[in-house]
Design a protein around this ligand. Structure first.
Ligand code: GDP
Length: 462
């Protein structure tokens, strides 16, 4: 293990691994594209090249350059690789926030070339705009164009040369529609081979998650974007005390309650004191173990995990520590090192407060599974001019029904439940009362259903 003294300063010229999120409308191919990148990386890298993480997959630079072939010269980059968040979709994107906004540094927006822009594509674009996250568009499923002649894993221009004129024309037409949609939403965009600065212009990369065509190009563009962005925008000191975001709070046999985190800054060590955002107050505790998944081939009966002494950002890791029961998904986690614990507690408290939702005297009750999604819901409702009377993380409980039932207006006797359960007791109370509950894991659906409900009530009242 390397000697990582606190005085060391690897932060000035070591760029940390950029964190990449994959967004897009349902069924446009987010999961398939992630699987393809991971699959190609496993093949190219043989055993062991891909580092196992919790909630994320690290693809090192040399593996990327193997996949991208002549498109990537590894000596052009001083990034260690890319860390892909394993759960695609903007739910995880909004849930996983860091101090400044989104946890992901850069993103891939997946758009089905045949299906074009859909509601969740637009929702994702709004989120990317709001969080100022640089992204590229993967125009996916090019292989489904009629007459397409697949060339497995080829760079897209090589593949396009082998297509008939008609297929090429068709593809170009679909791609320009996507470019047009992007510009309608305020983004200057072009085919990626026309783009010089991917931070200023959104590059559109035709790909197929099925055949792997265009994947070399996509990784190349991502590396170019990441390199520029990390150099210009990111001030990170990978040697400093760790800062991260809680993905999930989980019981783990033999370890009690653990938190899966993505560390986006600094290091965390097996004996660190940490502060974790909790349901009521920041939790101060001490790391008992840092756990990494064992490579599949090595899993024996005793444990899926191996313990490590230290992890450097960016990484996905499981932290076992006492008193984590009240830890919250989406909450910050910070290592206390070389400064008073109270100071770190204050920081965690203020990070949590930033997410506090503005509530009104009258309005709907909102429940969501994480702080980030609660915040995303609050933003969407504010935009739709729907007031909120109460907003909390967690399952719909009887108390929520009580609050909703006391509303003066019928339209406010409503609970919007984003990706959470309705407890049995609460369900019973809802059935006995005139409170209405809408459940979904898609924000716009909740807003839409609520709007329709309001219209219906207004019609009835006329
Ligand atoms: P997600 O909901 O965005 O994660 O989409 P999925 O990755 O689950 O893909 C939805 C469907 O589209 C699945 O049946 C995939 O096999 C299919 N699919 C995804 N990408 C491609 C592609 O590039 N070509 C083809 N032909 N099918 C694809």
């Amino acid at each position: 293990m390397s000697d990582s003294s606190d005085a060391g300063d690897p932060g000035t010229d070591t760029l940390r691994t950029p964190i990449v999120a994959v967004l897009g409308h349902v069924d446009h191919g987010k999961t398939s594209l992630l699987d393809k990148v991971r699959g190609s990386a496993v093949i190219e890298g043989e055993a062991g090249a891909i580092t196992q993480h919790i909630g994320a997959t690290a693809v090192p630079l040399d593996v990327i350059s193997d996949i991208a072939g002549s498109l990537v010269d590894p000596t052009d980059f001083d990034l260690p690789g890319l860390l892909f968040i394993d759960t695609p979709g903007h739910h995880s994107f909004t849930t996983l926030r860091s101090r400044g906004g989104a946890l992901a540094d850069i993103a891939i927006l997946v758009v089905d070339v045949n299906d074009g822009f859909q509601p969740q594509t637009i929702e994702a674009l709004d989120i990317l705009k709001r969080t100022q996250t640089p992204f590229v568009v993967a125009a996916n499923k090019v292989d489904t164009l009629p007459g397409w002649n697949p060339v497995e894993d080829a760079p897209i221009q090589q593949s396009m040369e082998t297509q008939s004129d008609r297929v090429q024309q068709q593809l170009n037409q679909e791609l320009y529609e996507i470019v047009g949609e992007l510009s309608d939403h305020g983004f200057s965009a072009d085919m990626y081979w026309q783009v010089r600065n991917f931070q200023q212009n959104v590059g559109v990369v035709p790909v197929s998650a099925m055949t792997g065509e265009g994947v070399p190009d996509l990784l190349t563009v991502m590396m170019g974007l990441a390199q520029r962005y990390m150099k210009e925008e990111m001030q990170v000191d990978v040697g400093g005390p760790g800062v991260g975001t809680v993905l999930e709070v989980k019981e783990e046999k033999g370890f009690g309650t653990t938190v899966d985190i993505v560390l986006y800054d600094g290091t965390i060590r097996a004996d660190d004191v940490i502060v974790v955002g909790g349901e009521n107050n920041p939790i101060v505790t001490e790391v008992r173990a840092l756990l990494q998944p064992r490579p599949l081939a090595e899993i024996r009966t005793e444990s899926r995990f191996e313990q490590v002494d230290e992890v450097m950002a960016a990484a996905g890791i499981k932290v076992a520590a006492p008193d984590l029961d009240e830890a919250m998904s989406g909450a910050p986690i910070r290592v206390v090192r070389d400064r008073p614990v109270e100071e770190v507690e204050r920081e965690v408290r203020s990070e949590l407060a930033e997410i506090a939702v503005e509530t009104a005297e009258e309005g709907v009750v909102v429940k969501a599974d994480t702080l980030g999604s609660l915040e995303a819901m609050a933003n969407a409702l504010e935009e739709a001019e729907i007031p909120i009377v109460r907003a909390e993380v967690g399952a719909v409980a009887p108390r929520d029904v009580s609050v909703a039932s006391t509303a003066d207006e019928d339209t406010h006797k409503t609970i919007l439940a984003f990706n959470v359960d309705v407890l049995d007791d609460a369900r019973r109370r809802i059935e006995e009362s005139d409170v209405k509950v809408f459940e979904s894991d898609v924000i716009y659906q909740l807003v839409e259903e609520y709007d329709e409900y309001v219209e219906e009530i207004e019609r009835e009242q006329q």
